[in-house]
Design a protein. Structure first.
Length: 602
């Protein structure tokens, strides 16, 4: 007789053997001793029954599941203490095969104790500990966003106070005297390198915001494409024709990469073609909008602190549905001489199998104790594609986790493995409490639907208390996210007064919450997929890694995706039909907005 059948055979005995006195909430043993229906022998001796009653634990269900079978199978350690006078609840603590779990839960859901299925039956770690860890993660995220809100709000107040003092150009400089012509003409030359791939719905607007900067010093723009067949080539050519007498800009054809990622290859070719007198080089992603004073603010920080190795910034995702938060490095400004002289082997490490420029540069900065900073005003609008779908989000998530598989040194490998482990642990540690809370609520609804009132049951009040605490922590977290997004939207509006004002109206916070759960659930899956595959298809190019470096590059228009990123850029062919009404499409956009994780992403 298998265990599931055995449990069903004893259902009737269980109903007779376990009873509930609803007035006193006690469970007692009736005078009849339960017997094994196959042998008619008592399952528990009188002495053991008295001993269990003395301990206040009542009769365990192991008697109903056949003690003899338990002795034969030493790993079978199911026991249920059906009564605890002090706690007043039913506790399940077990480590059983799945089929025995199913039989036990089936019995419990048919009984009056359906509500009190305790989470230890489903998880070897105590529920309270796991849920408390979820509280900690939620509150830690909330604290981080509160601190970020404070820093951003401080900059917002400075701009407003400067404007009240009569400086209507505070979005360029807090001190209007710094805008004098005598100071502006002495500003250092800056080269802006933009590696391009594909063309999408927001690119023209983004590029216009980048080349129409109000930086007072000499600046040149280098648009670097893989080939003239790239859709970005024709679009940029037409744009530059309309600005040919106003900006110093040109298109550079880099050709195919052979030893590193195409993006890094384009960046290095751009550096080779920059002006020989350029003091700083700004690597800028083509899917982000610049503020008129952004280049000036970055240059001022570099002049103020020459020890800065990299200045970086983050985008504010503009939804059709959700959240803006910290993200990948959307740009980084560096000293041009670091590339000319190959300082710290910057060029060599990037060219020799480099996949992620951000990860490689961060590793170099860490190894040589160089400074990486991010100015408070370094927040830029980042519009996403309106035809974003889950497949494109998943490919983007794979790209974010794949960067942890690339490394330049042994120390870099150790750091990546630590980030991999911690991120996966925190991601599922964030999701697990919500799953457990869902089990509690489902059991409560099932009990209530069976016609029992909560006063009639032996209830684990701790479970509902944990659910309430988790809901409170989640609310605090969402409020801190909302406040940070509100302040960043306000800051972006102040820094770009000529642009259409941004608004929080398009943010769907219910989808934000769902996206948080789905994204944190999928992140470890994507991370493990990246770890075991050691290859990824990005922008129509498949990269293969070996020992942390690119070892092989496959190019195929037929096998590659038609889109290059979340900004809605198309690589080849015609633009597909859009579907803006689908819930999955909206959720995919929200996931993309939320999936802007940590500083080590590419």
């Amino acid at each position: 007789m298998n265990r599931a059948t055995m449990c069903n055979c004893h259902d009737n005995n269980a109903e007779q053997f376990l009873g509930a006195d609803r007035s006193s909430k006690t469970i007692y043993r009736q005078s009849t001793i339960a017997t094994d229906p196959r042998t008619t022998q008592p399952l528990l001796s009188d002495q053991e029954c008295k001993h269990r009653e003395t301990e206040g634990r009542g009769i365990t269900l192991c008697s109903l599941l056949d003690l003899r079978y338990q002795k034969e199978k030493s790993k079978l350690d199911l026991w249920i203490s059906a009564f605890q006078r002090k706690c007043g609840r039913l506790i399940i603590s077990c480590s059983l095969p799945a089929e025995l779990y199913a039989a036990l839960l089936q019995y419990l859901f048919r009984s009056r104790f359906a509500f009190v299925i305790y989470t230890e039956a489903l998880c070897p770690v105590p529920m309270g500990r796991v849920t408390a860890w979820g509280f900690f993660i939620c509150l830690l995220l909330a604290l981080g966003w509160v601190l970020a809100s404070y820093v951003r709000n401080k900059e917002t107040r400075k701009i407003k106070e400067s404007m009240k003092s009569g400086n209507h150009f505070a979005f360029l400089s807090y001190d209007i005297n710094e805008l004098e012509h005598s100071i502006q003409v002495n500003l250092p030359r800056v080269s802006v390198v933009m590696p391009l791939k594909g063309f999408g719905e927001h690119n023209l607007h983004n590029w216009r915001s980048q080349i129409t900067t109000l930086y007072g010093g000499p600046v040149e723009f280098l648009f670097v494409v893989e080939s003239v067949e790239d859709r970005a080539y024709l679009a940029v050519s037409q744009l530059l024709k309309s600005y040919q007498d106003h900006v110093d800009a040109k298109i550079v054809v880099a050709g195919h990469s052979t030893t590193c990622s195409q993006k890094i290859h384009n960046q290095l070719v751009g550096v080779e073609n920059m002006h020989k007198e350029s003091k700083y080089v700004l690597f800028l992603d083509d899917d982000v909008r610049l503020h008129p004073g952004s280049i000036g603010a970055l240059t001022a920080e570099m002049i103020k602190n020459p020890d800065i190795f990299i200045q970086t910034g983050y985008p504010l995702d503009l939804p059709s549905g959700s959240l803006g938060s910290y993200c990948i490095y959307e740009y980084h400004m560096m000293h041009a001489d670091d590339f000319r002289t190959n300082r710290h082997n910057v060029v060599s490490d990037l060219k020799d199998g480099g996949y992620s420029d951000d990860m490689t540069l961060a590793a170099i900065a860490g190894a040589h104790k160089r400074l990486i900073t991010s100015p408070p005003v370094a927040v830029f609008p980042h519009p996403l594609g309106s035809d974003l779908n889950f497949g494109r989000y998943w490919n983007y998530l794979r790209k974010q986790t794949f960067v942890l598989e690339s490394y330049a040194t042994k120390t870099n490998w150790v750091m990546n493995r630590a980030l991999f482990s911690v991120h996966c642990y925190l991601s599922w540690g964030f999701v697990a409490p919500f799953i457990m809370s869902g089990i509690h609520l489902a059991a409560a609804l099932r009990f209530h639907s069976n016609g029992y009132s909560f006063d009639e049951a032996v209830l684990p009040s701790t479970g509902l208390l944990l659910v309430g605490c988790l809901a409170t922590c989640t609310t605090i977290e969402l409020l801190s996210m909302w406040n940070l997004t509100r302040i960043e939207v306000q800051l972006c509006n102040l820094l770009s007064p000529e642009a259409p004002p941004l608004s929080l109206a398009s943010y769907n916070w219910c989808l934000v919450f769902i996206a948080m759960l789905v994204d944190n659930f999928l992140y470890p899956i994507s991370a493990f997929r990246s770890h075991f595959s050691q290859s990824i298809n990005w922008s129509g190019i498949r990269y293969h890694l070996k020992d942390g470096k690119i070892s092989k590059i496959d190019r195929s228009k037929d096998k590659g995706p038609k889109f290059t990123d979340l900004g809605g850029k198309h690589l080849y062919g015609k633009k597909g039909a859009q579907n803006n009404s689908s819930f999955l499409v909206c959720l995919s956009r929200t996931l993309a907005h939320w999936r802007q994780p940590k500083k080590y992403d590419v």
